[in-house]
Ligand binder design. Structure first.
Ligand SMILES: Cc1cc2nc3c(=O)[nH]c(=O)nc-3n(C[C@H](O)[C@H](O)[C@H](O)COP(=O)(O)O)c2cc1C
Length: 165
């Protein structure tokens, strides 16, 4: 059975939950999936494909996602890779495809990633931190779309089946 690693980098839990949704959708589609924090994956042995996701902060992917890709660049080069980002605090990610931020686009190019998706984000009204609490006053809410995430993950499972044939 194909085994996929879903590695995520999340500050406030929203992206971690998206990674869980991806893992669940992959399993429903008959793919074995492990969902792990990007900083806690020592090696990629045993994984046939990798999905890497990070929260967006100030126009950049979460540091742990960047670090993961740099650290495992050699191993990722030999595997099908998908990337995702999260995300805008409005409904735009549901309305149309959003390009990766420049740093993530660069990684996608280097890794020859099979795909990238930007999903909506979440910020609670009681978010801690100087900037976060300021932003939360105007834009708090949950803009993640579980169905959209599951659909994307099902597409990955489909593609993996095609590659395996
Ligand atoms: C300080 C701060 C900066 C942010 N910058 C961006 C950004 O540049 N682009 C974006 O799409 N979302 C941005 N967001 C929204 C977050 O990406 C969103 O809240 C996301 O769901 C956080 O994921 P996490 O809960 O996994 O940490 C920002 C949020 C905060 C609090």
């Amino acid at each position: 059975m194909t085994r996929v690693l879903v590695a995520y980098a999340s500050e406030r839990g929203g992206t971690a939950e998206i990674a869980d949704w991806i893992g669940a959708a992959l399993r429903r589609a008959g793919v074995e999936a492990d969902v792990r924090p990007a900083g806690e994956v020592p090696e990629l042995d045993g994984y046939d494909a990798v999905v890497v996701g990070g929260a967006l902060y100030e126009g950049r992917w979460h540091r742990e996602a960047r670090r993961f890709v740099r650290h495992h660049a050699g191993d990722l080069a030999h595997r099908p890779v998908w990337l995702f980002s999260s995300g805008p605090l409005d409904h735009t990610a549901r309305e149309h495809a959003i390009d990766p931020v420049p740093g993530v686009a660069k990684f996608a190019g280097r890794l020859d990633a099979r795909g990238h998706a930007t999903f909506g984000g979440r910020l609670t009204s009681d978010a801690k931190g100087f900037l976060a609490s300021k932003i939360a006053k105007r834009m708090s809410g949950d803009y993640r779309d579980r169905e959209q995430v599951a659909e994307w993950a099902t597409g990955i499972a489909r593609e993996l089946r095609r590659v395996a044939v």
